[in-house]
Design a protein around this ligand. Structure first.
Ligand code: CMX
Length: 136
């Protein structure tokens, strides 16, 4: 079962240009950036209470986030919920007939295991499930 909102993913053209709003205007703690090669994105995290804002910047034109922005512009890309046991959670959802994009976990930022549910399963909002690497 979901434990809390891990982060909200927000697609931006430039992390550098978007950072001052979150760090300086809203006063969130900037945690740093990381490239997630497999997903062709650079991400930046900002801490807000127990959750985070994740800015997603495409690293190339065929990045899924570039495709999303070509269709929708910048804005909220996904909602990520933290789970304790991602493999068990995916099995439970599959059994319940929920449409999945990922049937097995893949690697996300911070070494977390992540999986996406199909946006058609949730009225158009892309859902990510996220199990932090132990110790995070
Ligand atoms: N919100 C709503 N709908 C979305 C969407 C989004 N963010 N991304 C894709 N879709 C829709 C597509 O428009 C498409 O709809 P149609 O079937 O009507 O055309 C459908 O979902 C499938 O999309 P796709 O791109 O054809 O499917 P893929 O399996 O190739 O990829 C996905 C799906 C979601 C994994 C990919 O688009 C994506 O966004 N990947 C990047 C994920 C990401 O944020 N990675 C960073 C994670 C770092 C971390 O959080 O740790």
């Amino acid at each position: 079962m979901t434990k809390k909102i891990s982060h909200l993913g927000i697609a931006v053209a430039s992390i550098e240009e978007a950072t001052p709003y979150y760090r300086d205007v809203l006063g969130m703690e900037f945690e740093g950036t990381e490239v997630v090669e497999e997903q062709k994105v650079r991400v930046a995290f900002f801490v807000v209470g127990e959750s985070r804002i994740e800015l997603l910047e495409p690293t190339c034109d065929d990045s899924p986030v570039a495709k999303f922005m070509a269709k929708n512009g910048s804005g909220i890309h996904h909602v990520a919920y933290e789970v304790e046991d991602l493999v068990a959670e995916l099995a439970r959802l599959k059994e319940a007939g929920v449409r999945l994009i990922d049937e097995a976990p893949r690697k996300g930022a911070h070494g977390a295991s992540i999986a996406f549910l199909h946006p058609k399963a949730s009225g158009g909002v892309l859902t990510e499930l996220c199990q932090p690497e132990s110790g995070h």
